[in-house]
Design a protein around this ligand. Structure first.
Ligand code: 7RM
Length: 634
């Protein structure tokens, strides 16, 4: 493996180099890998169309870089340590050669079932090793995986399958989540009913319950693997061939299929993994995310495995059987780097210190966070109680679209500051612009976070909708990639992410479009219209507050019952992560004369801040605000 940055001056040097000549810098990073054919051109780009191509002409397979390239040195080393939901069940370790065999075998299974290069494969699975095996098998044969987090509803799954026109769905019978057993297969059945593109459903046994297998469509994973060869030659892929699609929420109701391609994503996910976490050979690295989100893609599977790391994958939840589950895992497997979300930290902090105090966790060297801003209190608790004051915290800022970490300390190298993502990684050029798009230079400024130069891990398009890709990220500020986040650069030049500036809210580190939730609420037969905003929530970071206008309600209406049924509706349409924390039934929404909802006012009411609504002169009906305020106080 190429050089890892080891000192602050090393960082400064590499950063300078990467900015002066990004193409040379990334060409060097790409040299770590095995290319069946080297690229003709490191970078070709413009942010106008936009067109972003890295390592054009290069040919490779990402799984060949995980397995064949490393197999002689890492054959018996653990690739994945799988920790099941229940501490009473044995954990499973898959060495690089064992994982390799499983991936090759399942690649053959996919080929035998008619999956071809370029086909889309939807994966809807709990956190079991077969999830990683399925995604790597797709990558090996050149099929494009589209993993859907197994907490989404059948409707949400169907939307994603239809958008990607997936040919096959890979799933499980059920899932364990803490004390609960969850059905998975019947959710897939309900989704697939609406999806003509799906010809085959492959089902891995996990919970062993009875499931309905549709003749001619549904097949058991284990049956399919019986007697199948372990020999498989990886497909040759172009550097810019799509590797996967991952749907994420935006400010409109339809989720966006973020597309990542092969060569650039490979180089970027592994480079950032090694440098941010300062991973050393032999370390055990544990990221508590679900593979259904980008963090799991880049920092449980691809980044770590491309770096020859041992990656721990956990099926369960942090609070079951008790709030010490993570710390038990850290001690049991001697975890060296631990990466989680602020919402998990806050939830565990709320359970008190006794669980964490019982654990010394001497193996821990690095702690990471991702997904949302971390408040100072949670940062200090993490630092003092989990890290015992001796582990640097890497507060990593990035997005589904960025493919990997863009702004973060390098562990132990860049001095940290609570709540700050600190400095950009090499190759990353952040800029802050005001509402008019004017760049705010120098330190001590605050505004919209944009990136002005491409990096290899960035998304190339939205699946099937390049126009929307341009409009979402490149049209707000000409010539810049717009992140949707607000940011402050302090007097030291350190970056602090302030949160979304668009209609996206961040609930427990999960991105939710307010329009998406509104549409789900509006499906309710009594709801005429609704407005959804985020409000500060102690554990979730942001909670979901919905204002719903209902038809024909008289004084005797059962508002409680209506609220409950709206929540159930949202649950069915999107999934439990989108269920509003609070719903207020109101007789109207504060609108401007031109009919725009004044969300600013609703946000203030939702956060319990009733003074100073700013300029309300454009309000059509000021009385409505008074009514909403009164009702929200009840
Ligand atoms: C990796 C991931 C992206 C959004 C992003 C931010 C927020 C992520 C941080 C953060 C403050 C952080 N992808 N975000 N990391 N905010 N500090 N370290 O989360 O696509 O699901 O979400 O999450 O608003 O735009 S994501």
């Amino acid at each position: 493996m190429a050089v890892k940055i080891k000192t602050l001056s090393g960082y400064i040097h590499e950063y300078q180099k990467s900015i002066v000549n990004p193409e040379d810098f990334w060409r060097q990073q790409a040299e770590d890998f095995y290319w069946r054919k080297k690229c003709d051109c490191v970078l070709d780009w413009n942010f106008k169309e936009p067109r972003i191509e890295w390592f054009k002409g290069g040919k490779l397979n990402i799984t060949e870089n995980i397995f064949e390239r490393q197999i002689y040195t890492r054959k018996d080393q653990a690739a994945i340590i799988w920790e099941p939901n229940s501490p009473d069940e044995d954990s499973v370790t898959l060495s690089y050669s064992e994982l390799f065999n499983k991936v090759k075998q399942f690649s053959n299974v996919l080929l035998q079932n008619g999956v071809e290069k370029g086909d889309r494969v939807a994966i809807y699975m709990p956190m079991i090793p077969e999830l990683a095996i399925a995604m790597l098998a797709c990558a090996r044969i050149g099929a494009i995986h589209s993993i859907v987090f197994a907490g989404f509803s059948s409707n949400a799954l169907a939307d994603r399958i239809i958008d990607a026109q997936a040919k096959i769905v890979i799933t499980s019978d059920g899932a364990y989540r803490g004390a609960k057993k969850i059905v998975i297969k019947s959710i897939v059945d309900a989704a697939v009913e609406k999806c003509d593109s799906v010809k085959t459903v492959i089902v891995k046994r996990r919970t062993g319950e009875d499931v309905n297998m549709v003749d001619g469509r549904d097949l058991w994973w284990d049956d399919l693997c019986q007697g199948v060869s372990l020999d498989n030659e990886a497909e040759t892929m172009d550097a810019e061939d799509p590797l996967f699609i991952l749907y994420t929420s935006g400010s409109t109701d339809k989720p966006k299929g973020v597309v990542h391609t092969t060569g650039g994503y490979m180089v970027f996910s592994s480079y950032t993994f090694r440098n941010v976490f300062q991973y050393n050979q032999g370390d055990v690295y544990f990221c508590s995310a679900d593979i259904g989100w980008i963090t799991g893609h880049s920092y449980i599977v691809y980044g770590p495995l491309l770096s020859g790391a041992t990656s721990l994958m956990f099926e369960g939840i942090p609070t079951w059987p008790d709030a010490g589950r993570y710390w038990d895992i850290v001690e049991k497997h001697k975890v060296n780097q631990f990466y989680t979300a602020p919402t998990a930290i806050r939830a565990l902090m709320a359970e008190g210190n006794e669980f964490v105090e019982k654990k010394e966790m001497p193996s821990l060297k690095v702690l990471g966070t991702v997904g949302e801003p971390i408040n100072e209190e949670a940062w200090h608790w993490y630092h003092d109680h989990v890290g015992k004051g001796r582990c640097p915290i890497v507060d990593t800022w990035w997005q589904t679209e960025t493919g990997g970490i863009l702004i973060s300390p390098l562990a132990g190298i860049i001095p940290t500051k609570p709540s700050y993502a600190t400095l950009p990684l090499p190759g990353i050029k952040p800029v802050i612009v005001d509402a008019e798009g004017k760049e705010l230079k120098g330190n001590g400024v605050e505004g919209n976070l944009c990136i002005k130069f491409p990096w290899p891990g960035m998304t190339r398009t939205l699946y099937g909708d390049h126009k929307r890709f341009y409009e979402t990220y490149f049209s707000t500020f000409k010539g810049l990639y717009f992140t949707g986040d607000g940011v402050k650069r302090d007097e030291d030049g350190y970056y602090r992410i302030l949160g979304r500036v668009d209609d996206v809210i961040n609930v427990s580190g999960h991105r939710m479009g307010t329009a998406e939730v509104e549409n789900a609420i509006n499906e309710h037969p009594l709801v005429v219209e609704s407005a959804v905003v985020g409000y500060p929530h102690d554990i979730k970071g942001q909670g979901i507050y919905a204002f719903a206008v209902c038809n024909d309600l008289d004084d005797s209406a059962d508002e409680e019952g209506i609220i409950k049924s709206i929540k159930i509706g949202v649950n069915n349409i999107i999934g439990p992560i989108a269920r509003p924390d609070k719903i207020l039934i109101v007789s109207g929404l504060p609108k401007t004369r031109s009919g725009k909802i004044m969300r600013r006012i609703l946000r203030k009411i939702a956060s319990g801040d009733y003074d100073n609504f700013g300029d309300t002169s454009t309000l059509l009906d000021p009385d409505i605000v008074e009514e909403i305020i009164d009702k929200s106080k009840l």
